[in-house]
Write a protein that binds this ligand. Sequence first.
Ligand SMILES: Cc1cc2nc3c(=O)[nH]c(=O)nc-3n(C[C@H](O)[C@H](O)[C@H](O)COP(=O)(O)OP(=O)(O)OC[C@H]3O[C@@H](n4cnc5c(N)ncnc54)[C@H](O)[C@@H]3O)c2cc1C
Length: 487
Amino acid sequence: MKRRRLNAYGERLLRETPVLETLHGLDPGGVDEVLRIAEASAEFARLHAEPRALELDERMEQDPEYFDRELVRTAGSYRLFSMVVPKVLGGLAGKYMLTAASLGVEEICSACAGIGNMIAATGLGACPLLTPGGMPHWDTVLHEIVEGEKKGEPVLMAYAITEPSAGTDVEEPHFLAQARIGMEACRVKGGYLLNGRKCFISGGKEAKYLTVCAATDRSRPLETWTVFLVSRDMEGFSVPRVERKMGQRACHAAEILFDNVFVPEENVIGYEGDGMSMGILAIMAASRGPVGAVGTGIARGVLKNFLSWARRERGGRKPLEEQRIQMEIADMAASIQECRGLILDHSLAGDKVFGGLLVNPMMKALFALPRELRLSRPYLSFLHSRLGKVTSAHLLRLLVSEEEMTRLLALASLAKFASTDMAMGIASRALQLMGPEDSEERRRVEKCYRDVKVTQIYEGTNQLNRLTWFMVEQEGSLRIELPKPRR
Ligand SMILES: Cc1cc2nc3c(=O)[nH]c(=O)nc-3n(C[C@H](O)[C@H](O)[C@H](O)COP(=O)(O)OP(=O)(O)OC[C@H]3O[C@@H](n4cnc5c(N)ncnc54)[C@H](O)[C@@H]3O)c2cc1C
């Protein structure tokens, strides 16, 4: 593959990320795609997120329901919602999809983690559809995300697993087995009736589609945990409120009410009862690394503002001239670099699994069929049928192993808790060193301090992520089970 001449952004990113530079030597075309996505994210961050960050934060403190649709349209013009949509559908996700997503998320969150989460929520919501069980919805929902961007009206998604009585409990099989679940999906003719509440759902207020996990028998939540694709226009779906938040205010955290919402059988993703492995653990194995990147992004934002503050003269002296400040800055840079390494370990390992699936020749062959054929009734009926599900479960087992997936979950959890704890520490330290003097830099660091807290909570609290790593790597007591083909 011919090497493209890199621009200044690409040169800098590769210099700062030696593992990517080495990979670029081996696979210039693949890494060029990553650089393009990271650069688009960086440009959006610089031109649109950073200038709006403080103002949006203040506005949404007063009015948590406010939604900046114009900013969403702008993000769409940079194709930021297509980052997770496979290239075979016109999206941007190729063989290094996780690496590109992690770098992209870091860039946006270095300017504003609230705006970053508002964008990333769609990627998270789309994740369950990217499993082979979600394939029947590729040409409809995922295609719509690409088309929405083209038309200037991005289609948003969200991921809903948390319930008022079960947060940590729904993210780990041993806990889910004993959880008191409130929401239930009752089997009825042709589908399921969903009743109950989900809470804290990022982007849930404006999402057109949500991937929702619910038990079909509340007394056996682990065995019956199932992923459903829900559309906001389904009868009985409503958003009673959004939270008033301390940080990441630009992204709504919504409560969702399901009042007899009928979800057709075809909207079950994969098999009923496979929700813990395929709807939670496999998703977390992909997404916790990028959540770590929210942390490194915020930490970069802190460092940038701290440096700019330290360069300004006060009383005839600049803080940057003091060796203690120089050492603090070196420590911050070292911590960020260290955590970036963990995130890249995860994303490159994840690209071997998920990226490998996307560029697999069998997958490509399926999508070489004309779109009209892929949307035809017989083809969709096959995908939704028992035989279709058996075929996709076999396909998954052929291409991925349970060991690989489980190891990825451990890497993801490690990157997540280490990077977000690191960012919390850096934000706290910088704020303390800057003291009480008001300045724009200090206001931005103070916002980072508020924004970072929730990264230690969502996608599994950092306590849970530590336990997950321990259970996989030390005890061997946690394992992702791939769907067993069932007739
Ligand atoms: C702003 C925001 C956005 C969010 N976005 C989403 C979203 O998009 N979709 C979604 O589904 N959810 C989302 N969440 C929910 C989030 O994932 C949960 O808040 C999180 O899993 C923790 O659950 P909880 O709040 O019920 O806390 P709890 O589970 O009640 O935990 C409270 C404390 O107890 C600790 N703890 C609990 N159980 C154990 C245990 N067994 N061992 C050790 N310690 C334990 C926890 O670590 C924590 O410190 C979001 C939350 C917030 C705040």
